[in-house]
Ligand binder design. Structure first.
Ligand SMILES: O=C(O)[C@H]1O[C@H](OP(=O)(O)OP(=O)(O)OC[C@H]2O[C@@H](n3ccc(=O)[nH]c3=O)[C@H](O)[C@@H]2O)[C@H](O)[C@@H](O)[C@H]1O
Length: 325
């Protein structure tokens, strides 16, 4: 059993991860700032099961507030691995509010790295994003492709900066690091701004679906429990390896075109979608497509969930949860 700090623990991926790590027998220290990007009540709901667990503690703090705030907020007990999921998320909004993204995702990450150095914590799993590949033409995306001029949104730039910072701390202080690029994660508790959640909501309300672009863009949608399995494997890897620095894709390796996705969402809620075509959103990439062979080799990562099953699980969750809010 190890002690794992999960930042962004009240969020969509973080809350699932905390549950998985508890099941694996670990102690979990959760941290979240309840960023108002979406409703606090949803995040509190996400944490409900964890809060009843004896090996779980939760602390509210904001990484932007600096090292002293973290020292005050977090207990002094040993932590073996930090999983850093806390971030300002969303590609489109980052174009409108770049400073907020850099403050959270770059300055906030640096405060966390400094806190880890102060506390002598030597292992970090860092959540990066498929968006760092931008419109890289070589597909599927391999982790070793050049990303010299790739980021087309402040969100992407903030995540690639995070990867660079983890390298700096690896170089300076021997921090062991696993950077994982997530690919449009979906499933129960999905952020309300993300396409699948938004589309189900609109279909249920009888509203048309805004389609950004001509519908041919594609995403390598990854079911949240597959992503979480990859993170749990990453934690196990870090616990058994020292002085490592690796970057992996945690995708699904099966891109789905936007119009195909909308059709599948329509089938999941038994409704024929009406489409409202709109211009591409600034900062959006055309296609994401993960080569997952490195994660397979390093961690035994192998996503299991089909889009149909994953959408079904999402719709079921929405049916059970939505009336709460
Ligand atoms: O993998 C990532 O690294 C990122 O994944 C996510 O970004 P995206 O892949 O852009 O997901 P998402 O918004 O669900 O849009 C999906 C598709 O629907 C289209 N889309 C969306 C909304 C809408 O109203 N209409 C529409 O056509 C839209 O144009 C797109 O084609 C996370 O936000 C981000 O935090 C980051 O982690």
């Amino acid at each position: 059993m190890a002690s794992i700090l999960v930042t962004g623990c009240a969020g969509f991926i973080g809350s699932h991860l905390a549950e998985r790590l508890l099941l694996d027998g670990h102690r979990v220290v959760g941290l979240d700032n309840f960023d108002p990007f979406y409703d606090r009540a949803r995040k509190q709901q996400n944490l409900r099961a964890c809060l009843q667990h004896p090996r779980f503690t939760f602390h509210e703090a904001d990484l932007r507030h600096g090292l002293d705030a973290l020292v005050d907020a977090l207990p002094a007990d040993p932590v073996e691995v930090v999983v850093h999921l806390a971030a300002k998320a969303g590609v489109g909004p980052s174009v409108r509010e770049p400073i907020a993204y850099l403050e959270n995702n770059v300055v906030g990450t640096t405060h966390l790295l400094e806190w880890m150095r102060l506390r002598d914590i030597g292992k970090l799993f860092f959540a990066s994003s498929s968006s760092v590949y931008g419109n890289t033409p070589e597909r599927p995306f391999r982790e070793d492709v050049s990303l010299l001029a790739s980021c087309i949104s402040p969100y992407a730039a903030s995540k690639l900066s995070g990867e660079q910072l983890t390298y700096t701390y690896h170089h300076l202080y021997g921090l062991s690091v696993l950077n994982a690029r997530f690919f449009t994660v979906y499933g129960p508790r999905q952020r309300p701004d993300l396409a699948i959640h938004k589309f189900v909501r609109l279909l249920r309300a009888g509203e048309p679906i805004p389609v950004f672009g001509d519908g041919t863009t594609a995403r390598d949608y990854t079911f949240v429990l597959d992503t979480v399995d990859g993170i749990a494997r990453g934690v196990a890897y870090l616990l058994t390896h020292d002085q490592v620095y690796e970057t992996i894709n945690l995708g699904n390796n099966r891109p789905v075109a936007l119009l195909e996705l909308i059709e599948a969402v329509g089938q999941a809620v038994h409704t024929t979608p009406r489409l409202a075509f709109q211009p591409m959103q600034a900062g959006d990439v055309d296609v994401t497509y993960a080569d997952i062979s490195k994660a397979q080799r390093l961690l035994g990562y192998a996503p299991q969930t089909t889009l149909t099953d994953g959408l079904q699980a999402f719709v079921q969750w929405m049916d059970q949860t939505e009336p709460v809010f």
